[in-house]
Each structure stands twice: as structure tokens, then as C-alpha cells.
Ligand binder design. Structure first.
Ligand code: GLV
Length: 303
């Protein structure tokens, strides 16, 4: 079994000694492949065009948490996303920061600061403020736990509606009720055919008036024109976006200068090299032992 590594050289430098210590062959870069048949695992963000070059490929591992950028896998090739506690903790941190920033009206205060204006506004309590998290996977659950610990009244939404201890989770048919209670809405959903364009005008209309949006899912889930309309109409008060469509937004896009929006350049998480390597080694081990691949993606579902 050999793993072909197609990512950044500085990451390769961290991975190599860990693979050596584990006795797993790791090849860096396609140019270094002498026997394509030896490659059983491939780590990359975007895979090379022709995966059929590797006839014994078993698993492609995305270096990140998302896999929506991946092409369909050849027959028999499994797809995994990187499972790393650091990714989950980083996104949790970004989500908590963004939630607090919107809750405490930082977009308004940042605007006032730019104008040299000292003006207070009513100070809201976190306790009892209703937060809704769309996407109750590992990251959603971690964010829910922290926000609950701060006193927010947290509910979740997931397609399955699977129960999570201590959090009311709405399922597929509960979206309207979930939105109706979400004063701060957090999107952590994966991009799938179902979630593409999900956040549009009719979606925003179901939120309480003056709701706030925290978006760390994927840019293509958000209709930016509908966001602007909802902000202009007062249906939404503010938004914090770590993802946009396209990334980056064009230089002259209205959102750059909109004082109600804070944008970060898709930085909620970045896979820690050591944790990424440990996950990849666990995948190779699972392949060897015939056990469940950690982070295995259901390719029909898309996440
Ligand atoms: C980032 O968005 C990732 O998928 O890791």
C-alpha cells in the first residue's frame, strides 16, 4: 500500500516522518510515481484529471472537511474527508466568534468606529437568545455545546433530525419551525444538490424579523441578491460570511463595502498537518484491516 500525497510541500514535510515511523510508503507528487499500480491511497484537495492512471486506487482523501469540490470517483474508489479534531475546534471557534460579533452588533460598532462615532446601543443578553444551527454533524454539535454553555438557547436542524443530547433538533419537515425560532442562524451544511441555493428570499422570510446570519457552509448555498434584499428590508440585520460564491467575490461586489456584513476569506479552519497525517494513516490502516474508513463519504448523499 502506498499513499500519493498531492498537497503543499510544507505539509509533506510534517507527514513524511510520521509515515516513515508508521512504515507506510508515502510518495510526494505525481512525478515521483514510478509504479502507478502501487498507489492505493491519494490525498489531495482536487485530484488529478485521470484517476484511472492508478488501477489499484482504493481511497481518495480530501485534505479538508468538505468534498463538494471532488469529481465523481471511478467505480470502486471510496472518498473520505479529513476528520481532525482541530478542524472541528477551529470552525467552532469561528462560529462562536461570529455569533458573538453579530449578537453584540459588532458590524454596527465597526462602522461607527470608522466614522469616529461613540454611540452605545442596547446591550442584549446571550441567555435566552435563540440560535439555530443548520448542520448537526460533529462541528454543529461542538458549536451547540459551546453556545449553550454561554447561555444561548440553541436548536439544531439536520436532514435526519437525529437526536443530540441537550439540543432540540428539527428534521427535514421541521425547517419552517426551526427558522421561525432562529434569531441567529448558523449554516454549517455541506453543499449538496439539496442545499445549493437554499438560502433565498423565501427562506429569509421564514426567519424572525431582524435575524442574523452566520455562514460557514458553502458560498453556493446563499443567494447573495436575496441576502441584500433581506438586509435592505430589515428582515435580516447582519451577516458574517466565511464563504462566498465565487471565492473571492469580485472586487466591485456590493458585499465588500456593506456595513452590515463582515467577510472572512474562508479561514474558519485549516487542517493541522499533523492531524491530517494521523487521519490519513488511520484510513490506510482501516483499508488494510478491512474496518470502516474514518471520514468515509456517502457518495450518493454527497457528504
Ligand atoms: C473547508 O471548507 C474544508 O472543507 O475543509
Amino acid at each position: 500500500m502506498a499513499l500519493l500525497f498531492l498537497s503543499m510541500p510544507e505539509r509533506a514535510a510534517v507527514w513524511q516522518p510520521l509515515f516513515e515511523a508508521a512504515g507506510v510508503e508515502m510518495i510526494v507528487g505525481e512525478a515521483a510515481v514510478t509504479d502507478p499500480a502501487a498507489i492505493t491511497h491519494l490525498v489531495c484537495w482536487v485530484p488529478p484529471q485521470d484517476l484511472r492512471r492508478y488501477p489499484n486506487l482504493q481511497v481518495v482523501i480530501s485534505t479538508g472537511a468538505g468534498v463538494d469540490h471532488m469529481p465523481p470517483m471511478p467505480e470502486g474508489v471510496q472518498l473520505a474527508r479529513t476528520l481532525a479534531p482541530g478542524i472541528e475546534e477551529m470552525v467552532r471557534d469561528w462560529v462562536v466568534m461570529a455569533t458573538l460579533m453579530l449578537h453584540r452588533e459588532m458590524p454596527i460598532y465597526l462602522g461607527q468606529q470608522r466614522e469616529g462615532r461613540w454611540q452605545n446601543r442596547p446591550v442584549p443578553l446571550a441567555r435566552g437568545t435563540r440560535v439555530g444551527i443548520m448542520g448537526m454533524g460533529r462541528i454543529g454539535q461542538l458549536a451547540a455545546e459551546t453556545l449553550r454553555g454561554m447561555g444561548f438557547d440553541v436548536a439544531g436542524w439536520s436532514r435526519s433530525g437525529r437526536a443530540v443530547a441537550g439540543v432540540e433538533v428539527f428534521g427535514a419537515t421541521g425547517m419552517e419551525d426551526f427558522l421561525a425560532r432562529s434569531e441567529i442562524l448558523i449554516c454549517l451544511l455541506p453543499l449538496t444538490a439539496e442545499t445549493r441555493g437554499l438560502m433565498d428570499a423565501s427562506f429569509f422570510a421564514k426567519l424572525p424579523q431582524g435575524a442574523k446570519l452566520v455562514h460557514a457552509g458553502r458560498g453556493a448555498q446563499l443567494d447573495m441578491a436575496a441576502l441584500k434584499e433581506a438586509l435592505d428590508a430589515g428582515q435580516l440585520a447582519s451577516a458574517m460570511l466565511d464563504v462566498t460564491d465565487p471565492e473571492p467575490l469580485p472586487e466591485d461586489h456590493w458585499a465588500w463595502d456593506d456595513p452590515r456584513i463582515v467577510i472572512t476569506p474562508h479561514v474558519a479552519a485549516s487542517t493541522d498537518a499533523r492531524e491530517g497525517a494521523q487521519h490519513a494513516l488511520a484510513v490506510v490502516r482501516a483499508s488494510r484491516e478491512g474496518t470502516e474508513i474514518p471520514g468515509l463519504v456517502d457518495q450518493t448523499r454527497g457528504y
